[in-house]
Design a protein. Structure first.
Length: 256
C-alpha cells in the first residue's frame, strides 16, 4: 500500500497483478497504454482515482476498480471480459465504453448510482446483479445479449427502456422494482424466471411472441399492465400476474 503515490506511468507494462495498487488513497491518474490484463482488486479503494488509460486491455478481473468513488468514466475499447464487482460502488461513474465486451460478471456495476450511459453492443452474457442499484440508468441497449442473470437490473429506478432483441432467457428478478420501466423489447425470449418484472409499476404492455415459460410472480404487481402477448407460452407459474389490476384479459392459446 503506497499511500503517498499519486501517479503511475507504466508505458511498457502488460500485466497488473492482484491488489497491485489497492488502497493507494492518493492515486489520481494511471497510464497503462500496453496493459492487457488487470488483476483482482488491482485498484480497489483508490478513492481519488479520476483517470486511467487502458486502450488495449482485454481482461478486467474481479474487484479491479471497486469503490473508486470519484472515477467518472472508463474507456476500455478492447476489453472482452469484466469480472465480478469490477466497478462495484464506483458511485461517481457516469460513462462506460465497452464496445467489444462479451461478458459482464456478477455485481460488476452494482450500486454505481450515477451511471447514465454504457456501451455494451457486443455483450452476450450479463451476470447476476450486474447493474443492480444503478438508480440513474435511463436505458440500456444489449442487441447481442442472450442471457440476463438474476437481479441484473433490480432497483434501477430510472430505467425506462430496454433493448434485448436476441435475449432468450431472463433470470429471477432480472428487472424487479424497475418502477419507471415502460418499454422492453424481447422478441426471442423463451424463458422468463420468477419475479423477473415484479413491481414494475409503470409497464403498460409486454410482447413475448416466442416465450414458452413464465415463472411464478413474473409480473407481480405490474399495476399498469393492460396488454400481454404470449401466443406460444406453455407454462404460467403461481401468482405470475398477481395484482395486475388493470389487465382486462389474457389469451394463452398454447398453454397447457
Amino acid at each position: 500500500m503506497c499511500i503517498e503515490l499519486t501517479f503511475v506511468n507504466l508505458p511498457n507494462c502488460s500485466y497488473i497483478g492482484n491488489n497491485a495498487f489497492s488502497d493507494c488513497n492518493k492515486l489520481t491518474s494511471v497510464n497503462l497504454p500496453n496493459c492487457s490484463y488487470v488483476g483482482g482488486n488491482a485498484f480497489a479503494d483508490c478513492y481519488l482515482l479520476t483517470s486511467i488509460n487502458l486502450p488495449i486491455c482485454s481482461y478486467v478481473s474481479n474487484g479491479a476498480f471497486a469503490s473508486c468513488s470519484v472515477l467518472s468514466s472508463i474507456d476500455l475499447p478492447n476489453c472482452s471480459y469484466i469480472g465480478s464487482s469490477a466497478f462495484e460502488s464506483c458511485s461517481s461513474l457516469i460513462f462506460v465504453n465497452l464496445p467489444l465486451c462479451e461478458y459482464v460478471g456478477r455485481s460488476a456495476f452494482y450500486s454505481c448510482s450515477s451511471l447514465i450511459s454504457i456501451n455494451l453492443q457486443n455483450c452476450s452474457y450479463i451476470s447476476e446483479g450486474a447493474f443492480r442499484g444503478c438508480i440513474a440508468l435511463p436505458s440500456i441497449d444489449l442487441p447481442n445479449c442472450s442471457y440476463v442473470g438474476s437481479y441484473a437490473f433490480t432497483d434501477c429506478y430510472s430505467l425506462t427502456t430496454v433493448n434485448l432483441q436476441n435475449c432468450i432467457s431472463l433470470g429471477s428478478g432480472a428487472f424487479s422494482t424497475c418502477s419507471a420501466l415502460t418499454s422492453i423489447y424481447l422478441p426471442n425470449c423463451s424463458y422468463v424466471d420468477i419475479h423477473a418484472f415484479g413491481y414494475c409499476y409503470s409497464l403498460p404492455s409486454i410482447d413475448l411472441p416466442n416465450c414458452s415459460f413464465i415463472g411464478s410472480g413474473a409480473f407481480d404487481q405490474c399495476q399498469n399492465l393492460i396488454s400481454v402477448n404470449l401466443p406460444l407460452c406453455e407454462y404460467v407459474g403461481n401468482s405470475a400476474f398477481w395484482d395486475c389490476s388493470l389487465l382486462p384479459s389474457i389469451d394463452l392459446p398454447n398453454c397447457s
